[in-house]
Ligand binder design. Structure first.
Ligand SMILES: N[C@@H](CCC(=O)N[C@@H](CS)C(=O)NCC(=O)O)C(=O)O
Length: 212
């Protein structure tokens, strides 16, 4: 059985969507981020970075228990375990990893900065760098929109872990101050991916109102 340590945040949802999409059996252990549970010694033992998501698989490689942190690594681990969403064809696999790393670095970092600075602004502490980060985040959306010229998904014709990594961040486009209409291919992708049952279920794991 896999245990997912998470919260319904953009990075947490990458893992919960993947688990729902693959159908691998799992249980969720909601984490109280507000109470800094992710900084407690027991959690730092499974992720020294003190952040979610983390998965623990008691039936890992060679039947041994394993834990994995970093959402991109979790997506690759679950793709290899399930045999899904990381195509075997070398060319498509290269495209998938290209976009997975692009999303895991550029989109994740830039959008995270925007979220942080928007929260500060909304708390009455505006930060002068917000507009610069929003501009850079919009540039990243433009890169994805351009990439989607080759097919409905980031890697082309097939839905992959690159799409699963990107979706939870694009899901918060309004908060980021993005005009999604300015990125028509990305908007179509957003609607297609957002209609998938596994994505809809994964967005709700753990429930947003888990009280933690
Ligand atoms: N690079 C990490 C980022 C993980 C991350 O930043 N998670 C956030 C939630 S989206 C978190 O745990 N924040 C709590 C904290 O920073 O203490 C990944 O992709 O897994």
């Amino acid at each position: 059985m896999i245990t997912l340590y998470a919260k319904a945040t953009s990075n947490g949802r990458k893992a919960s969507i993947m688990l729902e999409e693959t159908g691998l059996p799992y249980e969720v252990r909601p984490m109280a981020l507000e109470r800094k549970e992710q900084k407690e010694p027991w959690f730092l033992e499974i992720n020294p970075n003190g952040r979610i998501p983390v998965i623990a698989d008691d039936d890992g490689p060679d039947g041994e228990a394993v834990t994995v942190f970093e959402s991109g690594a979790i997506l690759m681990y679950l793709a290899e375990k399930s045999g899904r969403f990381l195509p075997g064809d070398a060319a498509i696999r290269a495209r998938t990893l290209e976009w997975l790393f692009f999303v895991s670095t550029h989109l994740t970092f830039d959008a995270m900065q925007v979220h942080w600075l928007v929260r500060l602004r909304d708390a009455g502490k505006p930060h002068p760098d917000l507009e610069d980060w929003q501009e850079e985040n919009a540039r990243i959306y433009g890169v994805m929109d351009t990439g989607l010229a080759d097919g409905p998904y980031l890697a082309g014709a097939q839905y992959t872990i690159a799409d699963i990594a990107a979706y939870p961040w694009v899901y918060r486009w309004e908060m980021q101050g993005i005009d999604l209409d300015a990125f028509p291919r990305l908007k179509a992708w957003f609607e297609t991916v957002g209609a998938r049952d596994g994505v809809i279920r994964g967005l709700g794991v753990p429930p947003r109102d888990d009280g933690l």
